[in-house]
Design a protein around this ligand. Structure first.
Ligand code: F6R
Length: 361
């Protein structure tokens, strides 16, 4: 049942305020952040290794910023198919964390099996009875509900929400985050479902931009800090369902190669909330515009006021705390991909060559 939407993907994008709220009410009690049994005590770990594939991998890359900044915990993130065959050493006091919507991804499960006798195993999954959940010492549900569209949307933002809560828990356990700072983060997190609803006001501009993007052959997505993984996620989403070639890069890498691609035919999407790194991103934008590149600026009102001049299109979102920006900015990334695919007339929910659950390597 598509609930009145044209595609499951549209329904699942629209469900995000609700499912994010559900994930929050599951994990937040009066006593604070509550994990399912047997819980996690981050004083027992000196490092975190996160392993996943595809969109779940980008959720892990985003969470690396949080665990490092909030909990000062060294983090390694890897793609499951590389990790499992590289057979990396797993030092004592490592927490191994596997992220998977389906909980059945063959490479992720194999990577988990490799760690089984070497580390405590945690997983962040959507399907609680899945193989990955059952093989874990602790399985953390994301509570996104069934995701039917092949391109992952609500599972990604729910994964991010659960990983953010874990980073707060790690910071509290390790004493790098005060209870007051944690409460402030939690207040921002609780406001997120409302911000998602408010961000939907940008839908008409996103749709109009997507009509134009549908004519492009190549599109770049750029972001800095925690918006860098989101740039890669935006590119993945777009190529999966619209079949337009897209790449996500760290904005600071522009000069180190991808700038050679820029001409009047290359749209460049900047995921750029007005955070502490905004000015750096603006100078990257100017480099693109100086080469006639078409800039799609995704930012907030403050960012638009400071830097919209000369950009091709602007998508304005509500202000959000810098830590949580990658969760909110997932919405325009998903909607840009969705409306571009609709404009091209592709099979949005069942893109060619892709399967929802990749149970063979
Ligand atoms: C992208 C997408 C895939 C999955 C990947 C991992 O939209 O859906 O990249 O994220 O195949 O799948 P799970 O999370 O089920 O392990």
């Amino acid at each position: 049942d598509k609930g009145g939407h044209k595609h499951f993907m549209a329904k699942e994008i629209a469900e995000q305020p609700t499912v994010l709220g559900e994930a929050l009410s599951y994990y937040l009690t009066d006593a604070g952040i509550a994990l399912p049994e047997p819980g996690l005590d981050f004083t027992k770990f000196d490092r975190l290794t996160m392993v996943a594939c595809g969109t779940a991998f980008y959720a892990c890359l985003t969470a690396k910023y949080w665990f490092e900044q909030i909990a000062r915990l060294p983090v390694e993130v890897d793609i499951a198919s590389e990790f499992r065959y590289r057979e990396p050493p797993i030092p004592a006091r490592t927490l191994a964390l596997f992220v998977s919507q389906s909980g059945e991804t063959a490479d992720t499960l194999a990577a988990l099996r490799y760690c089984e006798d070497k580390a405590m195993i945690a997983s962040v999954v959507n399907v609680p009875e899945s193989s990955i959940a059952r093989a874990s010492d602790i399985a953390l549900p994301i509570l996104a509900g069934a995701e039917i569209g092949v391109a992952s949307t609500k599972a990604f933002t729910c994964q991010l929400t659960v990983l953010f809560l874990l980073a707060l828990k790690a910071g509290l356990d390790r004493g790098t985050l005060t209870p007051e700072e944690a409460s402030e983060h939690l207040a921002q997190l609780k406001a997120l479902p409302g911000l998602f609803n408010a961000a939907l006001a940008a839908s008409p501009e996103i749709e109009a931009t997507a009509q134009k993007l549908a004519e492009a052959r190549d599109i770049l997505f750029l972001g800095r800090g925690p918006l860098y993984p989101l740039a890669m996620e935006g590119a993945l989403k777009l190529k999966e369902i619209s079949y337009i070639h897209a790449e996500g890069y760290a904005s600071g890498e522009l000069k180190h190669g991808p700038i050679a691609l820029i001409d009047q035919h290359t749209p460049v999407v900047f995921m750029a909330p007005s955070d502490g790194l905004f000015d750096k991103t603006v100078s990257n934008m100017q480099e693109v515009m100086a080469r006639a590149g078409k800039v799609v600026l995704v930012t907030d009102a403050r960012g638009a006021k400071a830097a919209a001049e000369g950009t091709w299109r602007q998508i304005i979102l509500p202000e959000v705390s810098p830590a949580l920006a990658p969760i909110l900015y997932a919405l325009p990334a998903q909607l840009l991909a969705y409306h571009t695919a609709v404009a091209k007339g592709t099979d949005v929910d069942q893109p060619r060559n892709l399967a929802k659950s990749v149970t063979v390597e």
